[in-house]
Design a protein around this ligand. Structure first.
Ligand code: B12
Ligand code: SF4
Length: 481
């Protein structure tokens, strides 16, 4: 068969046209999932990869095969693109989280759909396609593995379009089962947490230029043996990295110290809620009874900046939740916070429960972006939830809040890093836009690396050395006694 002309597309989400559009957020990470799939194409296939968040998408070409990645928030756009290419005679394949959650919805717009991770199903499909007998549905089930994964096709990614071109995933899934998370639905029917081989992960890292890495893994510390070996290998590689973890993994044994020695400088932590009732109801058992202050103290002691993730609108939340959460985040020195309005993604246990209770108020997927209220909260009016969420962002990122949070750290260097990282992320939008338009994002990487430089034990100032404005944090909040 002649070589295939293949187009891989990450459609822009609908909010791309709204006033809340934040180009820097969508210029962070390249489409890793699509670059992973492209690695299975034959060497003489002609592949192009388009991320519509950072570059225009031309629909007038004539590829043989169109691969589209569908998230909930870009689903409508994805379907329009799919319909258009099918009308022009291309074979259209749809996959990703939303297709897995709602295959019947996606099926109408595709020649083939893919449920779950693509590492096994996509090469099987390519074989079928070349033999002229592709089927309609490819479902990933048994036999999931990252062994012998071909190198991600990073040559298809225009690095200059991204602030963090060196993003990677060395595991898939997560060992936990929170009821609001996409994970259980996406990995149904097979393994839901597995890792690369250590030598392969380290080889992938070695192939990445520069120093900075961003691990997009759901839970980088989830497999402790793997994480230990990974950090041991990373130690000699002179890297700086960011990643994500659950709170319990941070408190267990000395894995977080090993991560810090290997170059971990900032961590996304799923605190989610300060209410024990909320944690129990959402099956976030790994957070139950844990001392969140111990988590922030331990990370800050290692000079690791924290991006805390919080969800508003769970059933225990009342009008006070916003103030309590923001105060806690500031007093505990979180560098950045990501707030979400609880969002029941189709396929999750949360969605099933709210639907059974008759509380889902819209099926407009454009609104499932964690910024809109799409269900009836238990103890808040929908508009209170939306207003409280907006208020929380404003309040946390006020100059005075950023300063207060920065001043909770003991060393000057940590305070300064905190200040510039938080301010840089939220306060300089027009400057980012200029840099993005000038296609100069790559020039920002040394700045990012400087802000992520190490706060060593030596640079921690003695306790008596605090600036005059220093105020001791209030009594910490022990979550669920
Ligand atoms: C990085 C990331 C982002 C980045 C960039 C995404 C990008 N450029 O790809 C940014 C910051 C922009 C982002 C934004 C948002 N994100 Co996001 N993001 C992620 C994250 C952490 C990693 C994605 C990733 O690279 N995974 C690794 C790769 C290898 O896996 P993959 O992309 O899933 O691809 C595999 C399969 O899905 C499959 N596949 C995918 N497409 C196709 C197509 C075909 C044909 C085939 C065969 C296979 C296939 O094969 C691939 C290899 O196995 C995920 C969490 C996660 N672990 O996936 C959340 C996640 C995808 N995001 C999520 C959400 C909600 C959002 C936002 C709405 C959040 C917000 N409030 O703004 C926005 C909107 C995004 C949009 N464009 O619509 C949810 C999605 C929920 C859902 N049901 O769709 C997730 C799952 C987080 C979560 N736990 O809730 N996100
Ligand atoms: S710990 Fe995070 S990734 Fe894992 S199931 Fe819970 S929300 Fe999902």
């Amino acid at each position: 068969m002649r070589p295939l002309r293949v187009k891989l597309i990450l459609p822009a989400l609908t909010e791309a046209t709204s006033p809340f559009w934040r180009p820097i957020k969508y210029s962070l990470f390249p489409p890793l999932g699509l670059a992973t799939l492209a690695a299975y194409l034959a060497p003489d296939d002609e592949a192009t990869l388009v991320d519509e968040h950072v570059e225009p998408l031309c629909l007038d070409d004539e590829p043989d095969l169109v691969i589209i990645q569908v998230y909930i928030t870009n689903a409508y756009r994805a379907y329009r693109i799919a319909d258009r290419y099918r009308a022009r005679g291309a074979f259209v394949a749809l996959g990703g989280l939303h297709v897995t959650a709602l295959p019947h919805e996606a099926m109408v717009h595709a020649d083939a759909i893919f449920l779950g991770p693509g590492e096994q199903t996509f090469p099987a499909f390519l074989r079928d396609l070349r033999e002229g007998r592709p089927v309609r549905v490819y479902r990933s089930t048994a036999g999931r593995t990252l062994e012998r994964l071909p190198p991600v096709r990073r040559d298809l990614i225009a690095r200059r379009n991204y602030l963090v071109p060196n993003s990677l995933v060395v595991t898939r899934g997560c060992p936990q089962h929170c009821d609001f998370c996409y994970k259980d639905a996406f990995f149904a029917g097979g393994r839901s947490f597995y890792t690369q081989r250590i030598d392969h992960a380290l080889a992938e890292i070695a192939r990445l230029p520069g120093r900075h890495l961003y691990f997009l893994d759901d839970h980088l510390l989830g497999d402790r043996r793997f994480a230990r070996a990974l950090f041991a290998g990373l130690r000699g590689m002179n890297r700086l990295f960011q990643g994500a973890s659950t709170v319990d993994a941070i408190l267990r044994d000395d894995i977080i110290e090993r991560a810090a020695e290997a170059g971990l400088r900032s961590l996304f932590v799923g605190f989610e809620t300060l209410s024990g009732g909320n944690l129990a109801r959402s099956n976030k058992r790994q957070n139950l009874g844990l001392d969140y202050k111990a988590v922030t103290d331990r990370l800050h002691g290692l000079g690791i900046m924290i991006n805390g993730s919080f969800v508003f609108g769970m059933d225990d939340d009342d009008a006070d939740v916003f103030r309590r959460t923001v105060d806690w985040a500031i007093e505990h020195g979180l560098t950045t916070a990501t707030f979400h309005i609880q969002t029941p993604y189709p396929g999750t246990a949360l969605h099933a429960r709210l639907e059974a209770e008759g509380r889902i108020t819209t099926g407009d997927w454009d609104l499932y972006d964690t910024r809109h209220v799409v269900y009836r909260p238990a103890r808040l009016k929908p508009e209170e939830l939306k207003d409280g969420y907006d208020w929380a962002y404003r309040e946390f990122y006020r100059w005075s809040s950023i300063s207060r949070a920065a001043l909770t750290h003991r060393s000057m260097k940590h305070q300064t890093k905190h200040f510039f990282y938080a301010a840089g992320w939220k306060k300089f939008e027009p400057a980012w836009n200029t840099v993005i338009r000038a296609r100069q994002l790559a020039r920002m990487t040394p700045l990012l690396e400087a802000v992520l430089s190490r706060v060593t034990a030596e640079s921690l100032a003695p306790a008596g050395d605090q600036p005059a404005t220093w105020t001791a944090p209030r009594q910490s909040l022990l979550v669920v006694r």
